[in-house]
Ligand binder design. Structure first.
Ligand SMILES: N[C@@H](CCC(=O)N[C@@H](CS)C(=O)NCC(=O)O)C(=O)O
Length: 437
C-alpha cells in the first residue's frame, strides 16, 4: 500500500495516550505528523491563535497541511489512517467503530477513575474506585471472551480498533494490572502484548512495561500534587457533591456518583502533563572548554574533513565523554524507514539534552537485515540518561560503552559515525544517519 500523503501538525503534550493513537496510525499509513516541540500544555492550547483553530482548547488537535482543523483523538487517528486501518467492508468498519466507542464509553472513564487517584492527581474516593474496578472487570471480561480465538480485534490485522482500545488500556496495564490482576484476562494480555510489540507501535511507545505491582495510593503525593492543580480542582470537586441528595439511599444498582469525573479528569490529565520541568542535570556540571553550540555550528556548516579535526582540537575530555551505543533488538528491525523513526523518536524525546549533547546514530543494512548504532558526546562522565527521569524512555533499548578519548580506536569510530561512512561490525553497509544537535 502506498504511503499516505497526509501531513500535518499534531498539537499535544508528550506521552499523551490519546495522541499516541494518531502517531501509531501514522506509523502504519506513512502519514507525516510533526509534533511541535515548544507546545506547553495549558499555555499553547489557551492562546487566541490556538483557540481560533480549536475553540475547545483541547489536545490532541491536528492542523493538516491542507488547512483542516481536526479534534478528538479518534477522528484524528482516523484521518491519518490508511484503508486497512479503517477496515475493509461495511461490517468490519462498523465493528471498528463499535470498539472505538467501547473504549471511550466502557474503558476510559473507569480506567481514569481507578488510575488517577493512585497517581495522586485525583482525590481517593473508595466508593468511586470500587465502582471503577467493577467497570474495568466487566469490560475486560467482555474483551477477553472476544479475543479467545483472535489475534486482533477485527479481521486478521491491526486496525484502528486495536490502536484505540490498546491505548485506552495503556494506563491500566502500566499502573494497575499487576500479574495477579491480569491472570483472569489472558487473551486480552496476549493481544495487548502482541500489539505493543509491533514495530509501528514501538516506534511511538518504546520500552513500555506492564505493572509488576499495582500502584498504591500515597496521600503525601496527593497532597503535594494539589498545589499544581490549584483552585480548579477544589471548585470542580465541590459542585457535584453539593448537588447530591443528602439522605437518599442508593438503589441496588446505583453506582457511586463520579459526577465530577470528566472535568476533574481533564484537570488531572493537565496536572499529569504539567509535571514540573525537571532541572537539567547538565546545568549542574562544569561547562569546561568544549563549546557544544560552536561545534554543532561548525559541523553543520563544514564538511567532515574539517569538522572532525575541529572536534578533536576542541574536545574537553575532563568535562565531556564519548559513548558508543548499539540498539539491542536489531533482529526485530524490519523496514528501514521505521528504524529511522526509532532514532528520530528518541531524539525528539531527548530534547532537553540538546544543549549539552551531540550524537550521530546510523542505520546499517537493508529492510529486515539492519542494525542501529551511534556515537554520543555529552557533558559529564556518567551515562547521561540515568541523571534525569525524562531521558529514560529509550536508552535501555541500547547498550552503552564509554569510549576512551585518547584511544585511536575511538578516533576511528568518531570519524566513521560523524562522516556517515563504513560498515557495522557484521559488515552491513551504511544506510542512513541522523544527527542529534
Ligand atoms: N475526547 C477528547 C478528549 C481531549 C481532552 O480532554 N484533552 C485534554 C488533555 S488529555 C485537554 O486538552 N484538556 C484541556 C482543557 O480541557 O482545557 C479526545 O479524545 O481527544
Amino acid at each position: 500500500m502506498a504511503a499516505s500523503n497526509v501531513t500535518g501538525t499534531l498539537y499535544t503534550y508528550p506521552k499523551n495516550y490519546r495522541a499516541y493513537k494518531a502517531l501509531i496510525a501514522a506509523q502504519y499509513s506513512g502519514a507525516h505528523l510533526v509534533v511541535p516541540r515548544d507546545f506547553v500544555f495549558g499555555e499553547t492550547n489557551k492562546t487566541p491563535e490556538f483557540l481560533k483553530k480549536f475553540p475547545l482548547g483541547k489536545v490532541p488537535a491536528l492542523e493538516t497541511s491542507k488547512g483542516h482543523y481536526i479534534t478528538e483523538s479518534n477522528a484524528i487517528a482516523y484521518y491519518v489512517s490508511n484503508a486497512l486501518l479503517r477496515g475493509v467492508g461495511d461490517a468490519d468498519q462498523a465493528e471498528i467503530i463499535q470498539w472505538i466507542s467501547f473504549a471511550d464509553a466502557e474503558i476510559q472513564p473507569a480506567s481514569s477513575a481507578w488510575v488517577f487517584p493512585l497517581l495522586g492527581i485525583m482525590p481517593m474516593n473508595k466508593q468511586n474506585v470500587e465502582a471503577a474496578k467493577e467497570d474495568v472487570k466487566r469490560a475486560l471480561t467482555f474483551l477477553d471472551k472476544h479475543l479467545t480465538d483472535k489475534t486482533y480485534l477485527v479481521g486478521e490485522r491491526v486496525t484502528l480498533a486495536d490502536i484505540c482500545v490498546a491505548m485506552t488500556l495503556l494506563y491500566l496495564y502500566q499502573y494497575i494490572l499487576e500479574p495477579s490482576l491480569r491472570e483472569s484476562y489472558p487473551n486480552v494480555t496476549r493481544w495487548f502484548q502482541t500489539f505493543m510489540n509491533q514495530p509501528q507501535v514501538l516506534a511511538v511507545v518504546p520500552n513500555f512495561k506492564m505493572a509488576e505491582k499495582t500502584l498504591e495510593f500515597d496521600p503525601k503525593k496527593y497532597a503535594e500534587l494539589q498545589g499544581k492543580m490549584g483552585g480548579k480542582k477544589e471548585k470542580k470537586e465541590k459542585e457535584p457533591k453539593e448537588k447530591k441528595p443528602k439522605e437518599e439511599k442508593p438503589k441496588a444498582d446505583d453506582k457511586p456518583t463520579i459526577g465530577w469525573k470528566s472535568e476533574v479528569m481533564d484537570a488531572a490529565e493537565a496536572a499529569l502533563a504539567a509535571e514540573p520541568k525537571s532541572s537539567n542535570p547538565f546545568d549542574n556540571m562544569p561547562k569546561g572548554t568544549f563549546d557544544m553550540d560552536d561545534f554543532k555550528r561548525f559541523y553543520s556548516n563544514e564538511d567532515e574533513a574539517k569538522s572532525i579535526p575541529y572536534f578533536w582540537t576542541k574536545f574537553d575530555p575532563q568535562n565531556y565523554s564519548i559513548w558508543f551505543c548499539e540498539y539491542k533488538y536489531a533482529d526485530e528491525l524490519s523496514k528501514t524507514f521505521m528504524s529511522c523513526n526509532l532514532i528520530s523518536g528518541m531524539y525528539q524525546r531527548l530534547d532537553k539534552m540538546r544543549k549539552a549533547a551531540f550524537a550521530s546514530v546510523c542505520l546499517f543494512g537493508t529492510d529486515n537485515d539492519s542494525t542501529i548504532s551511534g556515537i554520543w558526546v555529552w557533558r559529564g562522565q556518567d551515562l547521561a540518561f540515568e541523571l534525569c527521569p525524562d531521558w529514560q524512555i529509550d536508552y535501555e533499548s541500547y547498550s552503552w560503552t564509554k569510549l576512551d578519548a585518547a584511544d585511536p580506536k575511538t578516533k576511528d569510530l568518531v570519524a566513521q559515525y560523524f562522516s556517515w561512512t563504513g560498515k557495522d561490525k557484521d559488515g552491513r553497509d551504511f544506510n542512513q544517519g541522523k544527527i542529534f544537535k
